[in-house]
Design a protein around this ligand. Structure first.
Ligand SMILES: [Zn+2]
Ligand SMILES: [Zn+2]
Length: 256
């Protein structure tokens, strides 16, 4: 399984992109930078898109992707509320076409919207995908994605603390975790329902207690202005826990 990071931050600039990554070039997870970071032929290869929740930074690439790939239907999987946010705010027929419907301009639908039920595993393009609710204020899920050869990743999506009940359902080799803030903003992170390294540390201690091991960890959704601070604090918890914690970078590929 190859994970290719397109966007790994919570803020967009000339050198930071909003969250999106690919699995083996065919499955996209979140769409913050789905169109802007891929060539047209690379976009054509994508068979399905998973959306963790309806916040702008995770769905904003969908209209541009649909516009570019309107000659065939791409499947978009998300919870009902996330699909409703997408349809009512981005592909609403006002600011851009309703890409999930047939239109005289586009012909057939460019997107096939499919509802994911939390905790009900789905086979999506040969991957087992399990959506699990997380703590983020809006309807939000993380995804465990299992390849045919049994490699597993778990992506938390945007989440605050309180993941204990979630760990019983997953056994990832790689954990891709939201860490948006440094430790001095722990209370801000809790209020905004994100993690900082100290909050992640507590979640990982619980993970180890429940599962008996710790996965490789990669941090995503970093606030660019705090990135160096987060990097230092992540190294401290990696040393304390005796595991590898990396920071996801735009353009980086990981082999699991
Ligand atoms: Zn969010
Ligand atoms: Zn976000």
């Amino acid at each position: 399984m190859i994970v290719r990071f397109l966007g790994t931050h919570n803020a967009e600039s000339s050198n930071t992109r909003l969250v999106s990554f690919l699995i083996d070039d065919v499955l996209a997870v979140d769409a913050g930078s789905l169109a802007s970071e891929l060539s047209f032929p690379e976009q054509e290869k994508i068979k399905a898109i998973l959306l963790s929740h309806g916040h702008y930074d995770h769905i904003r690439g969908i209209p541009a992707f649909a516009f570019n790939n309107s000659h065939h239907a791409t499947k978009v999987f998300a919870t009902q509320q996330t699909l409703e946010i997408l349809c009512s705010h981005l592909i609403d027929g006002v600011i851009y076409p309703k890409f999930s419907e047939s239109t005289s301009f586009l012909g057939k639908p460019a997107l096939e919207l499919l509802t994911l039920e939390p905790l009900k595993a789905e086979d999506i393009e040969g991957y087992r995908v399990l959506a699990i609710p997380v703590n983020h204020g809006v309807d939000a899920v993380g995804f465990e994605i299992t390849s045919k050869d049994g490699k597993k990743i778990f992506y938390t999506g945007d989440t605050g603390p309180g993941l204990l009940s979630l760990w019983e359902h997953v056994s990832p080799h790689l954990l891709i975790a939201d860490v948006t803030f440094p430790n001095r903003f722990e209370n801000v992170a809790k209020d905004a329902r994100h993690l900082c390294p100290a909050l992640l540390n507590r979640e990982l201690i619980e993970f180890r207690r429940v599962k008996g091991y710790l996965p490789r960890v990669i941090l995503i959704h970093l606030s660019p202005k705090f990135e160096e601070e987060i990097r230092g604090e992540a190294q401290e918890i990696a040393t304390e826990l005796g595991l590898s914690i990396g920071i996801a970078c735009e353009g980086e590929k990981l082999i699991i």
